[in-house]
Design a protein around this ligand. Structure first.
Ligand SMILES: [Zn+2]
Length: 369
């Protein structure tokens, strides 16, 4: 009697609770995770092609050769002339034109995103509205007159052959789930745009639409030469994707709480003195310095969760010892121990800011004189 009651209880547990548990457990089969889109994007090819015609130096390969041949008759198109002058203007430095284009629909180029002052990558934006409007108009004209869509479709096979290995690599892991659990937030979608004509490296862009926040990470080839055009999946995932995903979540709370971080802004002098990336790429700007440290610290933690200890430790070593991101030494343990060890207290990573500032205060006492 007693045995059958126990058996009955076990059966109830098996029948009712095991399926519930299985539903809650992370899926292990590829294809069941939240999908990360890996694509070649027509708007990225369009702006890169125009920049190439405007004289931007690209690493030569068979694709750049076919772009050069197909678009040779349009070298003097008004879009090319305009982009050439924009590239010589510091207001449009870096990847600001790419960032700008992702705030619009494509190919209509109608406004779609709502962006904030701190995200705007165009210098003195309000002063350049007329030029930017002309830029969109001429891009649309170039797109139509050159039959750009036909060129894009003709190369679909090549784009697919670049995207498929990257998509297979990334989508076999629970990337979005891990990132969202780490930060305590979510985005509407994540896209990785492989851009064969883009410079080596990656940029992260957020488009805030009424339907939600969309993250796009644009990545240039990991190798481009006459014999190969390559996007190495593991390399670009470790070096660019995790970094830009971290920025998408860190940057908003760094900006929101910058007045708290500013107590320790003297650290930027010490750091930019020893770290050439902070000095040259960010001019020692403290908000960028904090955001870059936090993105790198999160990269290490995400790497440990998704790729294991060895790669995470290599990344920490590279960031701390070789590139001299001085605050990583303390930030990584704060994330791994204080934060992940007490998620009841810290619902999101933004809740951790007071603890991060405490650590920066200590570093200020040691390093700022
Ligand atoms: Zn960064």
């Amino acid at each position: 009697m007693r045995t059958s009651i126990i058996k009955g209880v076990i059966r109830i547990v098996l029948v009712f609770f095991v399926p519930v548990f299985l539903c809650l457990a992370p899926a292990r089969v590829a294809g069941q995770y939240k999908h990360i889109n890996v694509v070649a994007d027509e708007r990225m090819e369009l702006i890169s092609t125009i920049e190439m015609l405007a004289g931007q130096v690209m690493q030569r390969n068979s694709y750049t050769d076919s772009v050069a041949v197909y678009f040779a008759p349009y070298k003097k198109h008004a879009a090319v002339t305009l982009v050439k002058s924009m590239l010589n203007n510091s207001a449009y430095s870096g990847s600001s034109l790419v960032w700008y284009l992702y705030q619009f629909s494509f190919p209509a180029l109608k406004p779609e995103g709502r962006f904030t002052e701190d995200e705007n990558q165009v210098g003195n934006y309000e002063m350049h509205l007329d030029t930017l409007s002309l830029f969109r108009e001429r891009l649309r004209d170039f797109y139509t007159k050159t039959g750009f869509h036909t060129f894009f479709l003709e190369h679909k096979g090549m784009y697919d052959s670049l995207c498929t290995p990257v998509s297979d690599y990334i989508n076999k892991m629970a990337v979005a789930e891990t990132v969202e659990a780490m930060f305590g937030g979510s985005k509407s979608s994540y896209s990785i745009v492989l851009a064969p004509l883009f410079k080596p490296g990656g940029i992260g862009i957020q488009t805030h639409k009424t339907s939600g926040d969309y993250v796009t990470i644009v990545i240039g080839p990991t190798a481009s030469n006459p014999d190969a055009l390559l996007f190495a999946p593991a390399l670009l995932f470790q070096d660019f994707v995790l970094h830009e995903l971290s920025h998408a979540f860190c940057d908003p709370f760094v900006h929101k709480f910058i007045s708290m971080f500013n107590t320790d802004s003297c650290l930027s002098d010490t750091i930019s003195h020893i770290n050439t990336i902070v000095r040259q790429d960010y001019g020692g700007d403290w908000e960028s310095c904090v955001a870059e440290h936090l993105a790198r610290a999160n990269e290490v933690v995400l790497c440990r969760k998704l790729l294991g200890d060895q790669i995470a430790d290599q990344k920490l070593e590279q960031g701390y010892f070789k590139e001299k991101w001085l605050l990583l030494e303390g930030l990584v343990p704060i994330l791994e121990n204080d934060y992940l060890g007490n998620r009841i207290k810290y619902k999101t990573e933004g809740d951790l800011v007071p603890s991060i500032v405490d650590y920066f205060d200590e570093m200020r006492k040691n390093l700022c004189h």
